[in-house]
Design a protein. Structure first.
Length: 393
């Protein structure tokens, strides 16, 4: 029996598995190898980290049919016809790589030692613990620096994180008898402004909102290094230090470390360039890539029109998984396969749990309607993987 092996339980992999025609693939053994026995909705990790949400997990046994064998193991390296993991190795006839992302420090000194990223559910829980500990620490030291939180990165993730943090930490301080007006929040961004993916009008609305939540924007600040308790930046050609009780890193991500650890692939920033059929492209071992597909954050896919690589988002990962499920069936049955074509439906960035900004189908939106749409997008994903049960989660 031939084996279809899927790596990772993120958006792309689950969209692929949930849309597979299992009846048509009855002669194939389908394996999902995942480090965890659950799927976590990564677009909600910042809410887990800031205490706005307690959980963002769904166990794989509640999502996938019994025909798909779930193996909890940590993938280490991919070779020709074989996947090496901590517990054992796994042979494959067809391989689908959907391993997700890791934080990218861009080689900046001190990031790994002194800053905390948000990369998975367990990491989000650890960050939440660190955040709460800062409040407990202040109660003992009365040092205002313990109440200063710095988020590195003024892009999508950074703004979602710092707004949720500012709103929810104030609530926690009230519960703990700590004066919430003593909290300080700083968002550091190297570019002249935040959120480059949105219009100037939406950016201005966001900045106004951040001001009401006592969030300071340190734009035009190139991060030189992180040290214990501070971030060293270059602003206006001068070096300066921004003090911090806790440093959170949201300034960049790259593909999974497994890719860079696998010499079988030709890769850059832990990503593999793929063609419009989501197969590895421009590879030294190109002749050995016919039965391999890369989807989600590990895939570097170019927009044919602009020639630029698509940014990694949950939306494109889901679309890739859905496309590949259909293309996979057609290929195995000997039916023609159309190329993957991606059209973005828009982007919505939350500003806490009751407000958001976004652009949906070319239209700018903000406020409560934007957060409503964002929540509906989240529910839509839950419906896709859980059916009607997902609506009530």
């Amino acid at each position: 029996m031939k084996k279809i092996v899927v790596l990772g339980a993120g958006y792309a992999s689950l969209a692929f598995l949930k849309n597979l025609d299992l009846e048509a693939l009855g002669d194939y053994e389908i394996l999902l190898i995942s480090r965890y026995d659950y799927h976590y909705t990564s677009i909600l990790l910042h809410e887990v980290a800031t205490g706005a949400r307690r959980d963002a997990r769904i166990y794989l046994t509640d999502i996938l049919p019994h025909k798909i064998k779930i193996i909890q193991d940590e993938v280490l390296e991919i070779k020709e016809d074989k996947v090496l993991a901590k517990k054992q190795s796994y042979d494959y006839d067809y391989l689908v790589v959907g391993l997700g992302f890791q934080s990218d420090s861009f080689g900046i000194a001190g990031i790994k030692e002194y800053a905390t990223p948000i990369v998975d559910f367990e990491n989000a829980l650890k960050l939440r613990e660190k955040i709460y500990l800062q409040i407990e620490k202040y109660k003992k030291t009365k040092d205002y620096k313990d109440l200063k939180f710095v988020v590195c990165g003024g892009g999508f993730s950074g703004i979602e994180t710092i707004t949720s943090l500012a709103i929810n930490l104030k609530k926690f301080c009230v519960e703990q008898g700590v004066d919430s007006t003593l909290l300080q929040f700083v968002c550091i961004e190297a570019m002249p402004d935040i959120l480059p993916m949105f219009s100037a009008k939406l950016v201005q609305k966001t900045k106004k909102f951040l001001k009401t939540e006592n969030v300071e924007l340190a734009t035009g600040c190139k991060i030189l290094r992180c040290e214990e308790g501070r971030v060293i930046v270059q602003r206006n050609d001068k070096e300066e230090a921004i003090e911090a009780g806790l440093i959170i890193w949201t300034a960049g991500v790259k593909g999974n470390a497994v890719i860079e650890n696998s010499s079988f692939f030709t890769s850059g920033r832990s990503k593999v360039e793929v063609d419009t059929y989501l197969r590895p492209y421009n590879q030294e071992n190109q002749d050995k890539m016919q039965n391999i597909y890369i989807i989600g954050d590990c895939a570097a896919l170019k927009d044919v029109e602009s020639g630029r690589f698509y940014p990694p988002t949950a939306q494109i990962a889901i679309k890739q998984g859905e496309y590949l499920a259909k293309a996979f069936k057609n290929r195995i049955l000997g039916v023609g396969v159309e190329a993957f074509n991606y059209i973005s439906e828009g982007t919505v960035c939350s500003l806490g749990e009751e407000c958001a900004i976004g652009n949906v189908k070319g239209m700018d939106i903000s406020g409560k309607i934007a957060i409503f749409i964002k929540r509906m997008i989240e529910k839509k994903w839950l419906y896709k993987i859980l059916g009607i049960r997902g609506i009530f989660r």
